[in-house]
Design a protein around this ligand. Structure first.
Ligand code: SF4
Length: 705
C-alpha cells in the first residue's frame, strides 16, 4: 500500500557517493526509482546499481517476515512474537552481563544502517550496557582513513566537497577504481577532464582498470608500496622547489622529521621498490607541484592494509607539504564504500569512538556523554573491533553477538576462522532484511528488519552531505525498522531513554549531542533537510549558515596547536610476503555491477549479466607458466584455505599479482568462490583494518579427480 505522495526524494542505498533519487510508490506496493535531477551530487544520473534500485524493495521473495527463535542449539527455530524474541534475548543478555560482565556481549552492525539506528545502538551499548563492544563493517572499509584524518588534521574530518572536482587542475586517484565503484562521481571527473583537457589525472593502481582510461599517467605499482611512492613524490616536490614553505611554517608541524625520512632514499631506489618508472614518478610529482588546486581521491587500496594508516598519513602529507588543503579544488577526498559509513562515524559508532568526535580516552568527554544520556559511567576501555569480536567468540571471552545488516561470513578476512567462531558462540542474534546471509544458519534469534524505503532516517555521504530518507512503502510481514527493534529491546532490558515517540525524536537527540563540537549539526531538523534537500555539516543552530562545503578555509586545524601534523611515516612491512610455497600476491576488490556480498545486487538478473561468475585475474605470463588457459578452473590456496574459480587472463595485471572479486560466497555460488577463504587475518596495528589487499597465495590448475 502506498504511504506517501508520488515521487518523493530519497538517497541511493548503495555506495558512499550518495546519489539523490526520486521514489514513486505504486498501487501494488512496489516502487519505481529515477535519478533526482535537482540533487547536487548526481544531477539526475544513476549508475547501473542505482538504476536497478527498485528491485531491492520490489523483489521480496527472500525477505524475512517474522521473528524466529530456538531455545537451545539442538532445537529448530520457530516463529515467535516480537515480545517473545526480545524478552528472551534480553534475558540471555542480562544473564551473561551478570555472570561475565558487560564486555561479554557485542553488537556488530553496518555502514548501511541509518544514523538514527547507529545512534540508538551506540547509546544502548556504551551508555546503558556499559561496554564499547559495538563495531561495524566500516572497520573493514574506512577505519584507516578515520585514524589518518585524526592524526593529521586533529579530527575525522573530510575537508572537501564534490564540487572541488570541477575546480581541481590535478587529481590523484589512488587505491580506487571509481569508474566501477563510485561511477557517478567518476562521470563528473570525466566531464571535467573533457571540458578542461589540461587537467591532469594521476592513477595509482597495481591493475589497469577502467579508471586508467582517463589517466595522464598510470603508476602501476607493486601492491603494498604506496608509502614508498608517496615519499618519492614528496622527494621530487622537495627537489623541484614545489613545497609550500609558507604553509608549512605557519600551519603545519613535523616537517623536518619527515624531510629527513624522504631524503633517505633516492627517487630511483623508490621507483625500483615500487616497480614503476622513475620518469613516471617525476612526471606525476611535476603535475602535483605545478597544480593550482590538487585533489586526491582514494579508497580501499590505501585503507584495507596492514599499513593502512601509514598509507593515509603519507598521502595526507602530500597535501600538507604543498599547502593543498582548505581552498577551492584542493584537499583529500576519501571515498566511502557504504552509504552511511560517515553517519556512523558522526555518532561514534565504532568500538573506539564516542559521539560527535569526542574522545573515548578523555574522562571529561565520557562524563559529558554520560550526563547527556543520563546513563551509567562509560567504559574507557576500547571495545572489540570487527575481527577481534570473532577472535573473542572463538576463545570464549565473548558469549553473545548481535549482527545487524551485514554478512560477516562472506566479508570478514580469513573467514573460515570467523565461521568456526560463530559456531562456538553461546548466543547469536541476526537482524536482517534477507533470509540469505550465511550467518542465519548460526542464529538463535532472527529478527526481520525493514529495508531501504520502508523506514525513515538520515544518511551522510562521502562529502559530509546529510540527506533525509522517507518511508515510502510498508515493510512486509512483521518486519520493523532497525531503530525500533533496538529501542524495544532496550526497554525490555529495563533501560530508560529509549521511548522515542518518532524517528525524528532520535535525530533531534543526536543533533543536540553534537552542539559545540566540530561537527555541530544542532541547527538540523528533518524539516530543514526536507526543505533544503541535503546539508553538509557543520550546521550550527542559530548560525547564519547554509551548511559547510569546505573545512579549514581559515587554515586552523583541529589539533591543540591549530597546526596540521606532518607525520614522519617510515616504511613498515607487516603483510604476509610471497615465498617459494605461496609465490603470488593476492589482492581483492569489487566488480562494476555487484555490491558487497550480493544480498541485494545478486537478486537483479541485469546486474548478474555483467560478470556472472567468480574468477581469478592473472597475467598471461603467469598463466603460461602454470599451463592455465582462459576459463580453466584454478585452485587458489593460502595458509588459511582455498578458492576454486575460473581463470581470466589480463595483461592489465602485473605478473606475480592476482586479483579475486570480494562479492561471491555461498549466496550465489559456493563457499569455494569466497575470496576471504584465503585472505590474511593481519590488521593495521592502529586502525585494526584488515589486510584485504595483500596476502601470499599459490595457484594450481584444477583437474577433476
Ligand atoms: Fe548509487 Fe553509488 Fe551508483 Fe550513485 S554511484 S547510483 S550512490 S551506487
Amino acid at each position: 500500500m502506498a504511504l506517501t505522495s508520488p515521487a518523493v526524494p530519497s538517497t541511493c542505498c548503495y555506495c558512499g557517493v550518495g546519489c539523490g533519487v526520486l521514489v514513486r510508490p505504486e498501487k501494488n506496493g512496489d516502487v519505481t526509482v529515477t535519478g533526482n535531477p535537482d540533487y547536487p551530487v548526481n544531477r539526475g544520473a544513476l549508475c547501473s546499481k542505482g538504476l536497478n534500485l527498485q528491485y531491492t524493495v520490489n523483489d521480496r521473495t527472500d525477505r524475512l517476515l517474522f521473528p524466529q527463535m530456538r531455545y537451545s542449539k539442538s532445537r529448530p527455530r520457530q516463529r515467535v512474537s516480537w515480545d517473545e524474541a526480545l524478552e528472551r534475548t534480553a534475558a540471555v543478555f542480562k544473564t551473561f552481563i551478570e555472570q561475565y560482565g558487560p564486555d561479554s556481549v557485542a553488537f556488530y552492525a553496518s555502514g548501511q544502517c541509518l544514523t538514527e539506528e547507529y545512534y540508538v545502538i551506540n547509546k544502548l551499548m556504551k551508555g546503558f550496557i556499559g561496554s564499547n563492544n559495538l563495531d561495524t563493517n566500516s572497520r573493514l572499509c574506512m577505519s584507516s582513513a578515520v585514524v589518518g584524518y585524526k592524526m593529521a588534521l586533529g579530527e575525522d574530518s573530510v575537508p572537501v566537497c564534490y564540487d572541488d572536482i570541477e575546480l581541481a587542475d590535478c587529481l590523484l586517484v589512488t587505491g580506487a577504481n571509481p569508474a566501477w565503484c563510485h561511477p557517478i562521481l567518476w562521470r563528473r571527473v570525466e566531464a571535467h577532464k573533457a571540458a578542461n583537457p589540461a587537467t591532469k589525472i594521476i592513477v595509482v593502481d597495481p591493475r589497469v582498470t577502467d579508471t586508467c582510461a582517463l589517466a595522464d599517467v598510470h603508476l602501476q605499482l607493486i601492491p603494498g608500496t604506496d608509502v614508498v611512492l608517496h615519499q618519492a613524490l614528496a622527494r621530487v616536490l622537495l627537489e623541484n622547489g614545489d613545497l609550500d614553505m609558507t604553509f608549512i611554517e605557519q600551519h603545519a608541524e613535523g616537517f623536518e622529521a619527515y624531510r629527513a625520512i624522504i631524503l633517505e632514499r633516492t627517487v630511483a631506489e623508490s621507483a625500483r621498490l615500487c616497480g614503476v618508472a622513475e620518469a613516471d614518478i617525476r612526471l606525476a610529482a611535476g603535475y602535483i607541484g605545478s597544480a593550482q588546486a590538487f585533489l586526491s581521491m582514494w579508497t580501499m587500496g590505501l585503507n584495507q592494509s596492514a599499513v593502512g594508516v601509514d598509507k593515509n598519513l603519507s598521502l595526507l602529507n602530500l597535501h600538507l607539504l604543498t599547502g593543498q588543503i582548505g581552498k577551492p579544488g584542493a584537499g583529500p577526498l576519501s571515498l566511502t564504500g557504504q552509504p552511511n559509513a560517515m553517519g556512523g562515524r558522526e555518532v561514534g559508532g565504532l568500538s573506539n569512538l564516542l559521539p560527535a568526535h569526542r574522545n573515548l580516552a578523555d574522562p571529561a568527554h565520557r562524563a559529558e556523554v554520560q550526563q547527556f544520556w543520563g546513563s551509567g559511567p562509560l567504559s574507557e576501555k576500547p571495545g572489540f573491533t570487527a575481527t577481534e569480536m570473532f577472535e573473542a567468540l572463538e576463545d570464549g571471552r565473548l558469549k553473545a553477538i548481535w549482527i545487524i545488516c551485514t554478512n560477516p561470513l562472506t566479508s570478514l578476512p580469513n573467514v573460515r576462522q570467523a565461521e568456526a567462531a560463530l559456531a562456538k558462540a553461546r548466543f547469536v542474534v541476526v537482524q536482517d532484511i534477507s533470509s540469505k546471509p550465511e550467518t542465519l544458519a548460526y542464529a538463535d534469534v532472527i529478527l526481520p528488519a525493514a529495508a531501504w524505503a520502508e523506514k525513515e532516517g538520515t544518511m551522510t555521504n562521502s562529502e559530509r552531505r546529510i540527506s533525509y530518507l522517507p518511508r515510502v512503502v510498508a515493510a512486509p510481514g512483521e518486519a520493523l525498522p532497525d531503530a525500533e527493534i533496538i529501542c524495544r529491546f532496550a526497554q525490555k532490558m529495563g533501560f530508560a531513554g529509549f521511548d522515542f515517540p518518532t524517528t525524528e525524536a532520535i535525530y533531534q537527540e543526536h543533533t543536540r549531542l553534537t552542539a559545540g563540537t566540530t561537527l555541530d549539526i544542532s541547527g538540523l531538523t528533518y524539516e530543514v533537510l526536507r526543505q533544503r534537500g541535503s546539508v553538509q555539516w557543520p550546521y550550527q543552530a542559530g548560525a547564519a549558515t547554509t551548511g559547510t562545503p569546505r573545512l579549514f578555509t581559515d587554515r586552523q586545524f583541529y589539533t591543540p596547536s591549530g597546526r596540521a601534523r606532518i607525520h614522519p611515516v617510515a616504511v613498515a612491512g607487516r603483510s604476509e610476503m610471497p615465498d617459494e610455497d605461496f609465490p603470488f600476491i593476492l589482492t581483492t576488490g569489487r566488480i562494476r555491477d555487484q555490491w558487497h556480498t550480493m544480498t541485494k545486487t545478486g537478486k537483479v538478473s541485469k546486474l548478474r549479466q555483467h560478470i556472472p561468475q567468480a574468477f581469478i585475474e592473472l597475467n598471461p605470463q603467469d598463466a603460461a607458466a602454470l599451463q592455465v588457459a582462459e576459463g580453466d578452473l584454478v585452485t587458489v590456496s593460502s595458509r588459511r584455505g582455498e578458492v576454486r574459480v575460473a581463470a581470466r587472463l589480463s595483461a592489465g595485471i602485473r605478473p606475480g599479482v592476482v586479483f579475486l572479486p570480494m562479492h561471491w560466497g555461498k549466496l550465489l555460488g559456493s563457499d569455494l568462490h569466497r575470496a576471504n577463504n584465503v585472505t590474511s587475518g593481519a590488521v593495521d596495528p592502529v586502525s585494526k583494518e584488515p589486510d584485504f589487499k595483500f596476502c601470499a597465495v599459490q595457484l594450481t590448475k584444477y583437474c577433476k579427480p
